[in-house]
Write a protein that binds this ligand. Structure first.
Ligand code: ASP
Length: 436
């Protein structure tokens, strides 16, 4: 196995996990899987999350303090945000077009609706509660939430990544502004910390095939009522076609603009895509995305250290595409007439909702409720609407997270190329393979 590329090892781990999970569950050993295999998946996710905040701090401080002047940073920042918004709008447009062409909602039978409601009404009610809590804030609250009142508090929670980014950008800028010699000692500490944490990513990734094996096996063991997945097939397929088109779009844009081959891009990013797929969390995948983009795609750290953490929190093309499809699907299935104005509202709110979605499993559904409420979706049907899509939510979450991460990597390549910061890949020692 030593010479096998990392993405193949991860893929084999995933397939074996699926197979073992399936066999053990079918033979009545689901509890064994949950107790004895699942925890290794949890350990893998924890290892990745453990280094996310230190990695953002070290690499962003290094990235910004390497800049000679601040105007460079604002140029990069503006480009990043504009490209993020444009790609998200493209994703939503693809989702809306597909759902209108395929009309998956028309094929859901009354029987399926009743079954889904019976199975998922409790979970749906919980999600609606959570969405309500998010809605009860003022319009400028998201802006307020970016500024931490206690930076150490922010650093202690992966959910407060934007607050950490805010503080670290300010820190990096001030390091450029003070006396160079004084800043140098602080800078060398962050430089070293950055290298150390990147090495940790390499070591953790050696464990990735086992981690994803455990995650997949556990997922299969936890899946109840797999037959309901089939009932929602046309909806699921609509989302998956859309997500696939997004990947085609990314690959095309990268190869046209950066002149790098599609295979180069896909091979470089594949391990991050697979980790995203198995963890359903772009936040947990962030360390892997950063390592792949910098060392395997040749994006300068000045760019990746800013574009990727920001992207993991605000750029979710897969999620926004899914929200657009799901919102229209629910309306179709429940006979809610959609006007052009309502479709435009879905476009706008899905954009905002994907920015506001946390980079964790299942976050997209909560924001979907907000999208539905923005079009005045009848509240008495909301519970049923959400219950209808929950059966397939996990597999779709896995796929959309993969797209979210690929989108971030794409934008980092585009921004890097546009400011002449795209070089050749330089994988470090112990990367992907452990050789004694
Ligand atoms: N799981 C997604 C992510 O972390 C968010 C979502 O769509 O639920 O990127």
């Amino acid at each position: 196995m030593k010479k096998l590329a990392l993405h193949w090892k991860i893929l084999i781990g995933m397939l074996l996990g699926f197979l073992v999970g399936f066999i053990l569950t079918k033979t009545g050993n689901a509890e064994f899987v949950k107790d004895w295999i699942g925890p290794f998946g949890t350990i893998f996710i924890r290892l990745l999350k453990m280094i996310a905040i230190p990695l953002i701090i070290a690499s962003l401080v290094k990235g910004i303090s390497d800049l000679e002047d601040i105007s460079k940073f604002s140029r990069m920042g503006i480009r990043t945000i504009i490209i993020y918004v444009v790609t998200t709008l493209i994703a939503i447009t693809i989702g809306l077009s597909l759902v209108h062409i395929i009309k998956p909602g028309n094929s859901v039978t009354e029987e399926t609706k009743t079954e889904l409601l019976k199975e998922f009404s409790g979970t749906a009610a919980g999600k609606i509660e959570k969405a309500k809590a998010q809605e009860e804030v003022g319009p400028l609250q998201p802006l307020v939430d970016i500024v931490p009142d206690n930076v150490f508090n922010a650093m202690s929670s992966n959910g407060l990544m934007l607050q950490v980014i805010f503080f670290v950008i300010l820190l990096g800028i001030c390091m450029i502004l003070i006396d160079k010699e004084k800043a140098a000692s602080l800078k060398s500490i962050f430089d070293a910390l950055n290298d150390v944490i990147m090495k940790m990513v390499d070591i953790i990734m050696l464990f990735a095939p086992i981690g994803v094996f455990a995650l997949m096996a556990n997922l299969v063991a936890e899946t109840t009522k797999p037959d309901l997945l089939i009932a929602l097939l046309s909806y699921g397929v609509t989302v998956i076609i859309g997500l696939f088109l997004m990947i085609v779009f990314y690959v095309t844009v990268v190869s046209v603009y950066t002149k790098k081959s599609p295979l180069f891009f896909l091979k470089g990013i594949a391990p991050a895509q697979l980790v995203a797929f198995s963890t359903s969390s772009s936040a947990a995948t962030l360390p892997v995305t950063m390592e792949r983009v910098e060392e395997h795609l040749g994006v300068d750290e000045e760019v990746s250290s800013f574009v990727l953490p920001v992207g993991a929190t605000i750029n979710m093309d897969g999620t926004s595409l899914y929200q657009a499809v799901a919102a229209v699907f629910i309306c179709q299935a429940l006979g809610v007439e959609l006007t052009i104005g309502m479709t435009a509202t879905i476009l706008a709110t899905a954009l905002l909702a994907s920015i506001g979605s946390a980079a964790v499993p299942g976050a997209g559904v909560i924001m979907l409720i907000i999208v539905l409420e923005s079009i005045n979706f009848p509240s008495e049907l909301l519970g049923l609407g959400i219950a209808m899509i929950l059966a397939v939510d996990r597999p779709l979450d896995m796929c959309r997270t993969m797209v979210n991460v690929t989108g971030d990597a794409t934008v980092s390549m585009l921004v890097a190329k546009s400011i002449d910061k795209l070089g050749d890949p330089a994988p470090k020692e112990l990367d992907d393979h452990y050789t004694l």
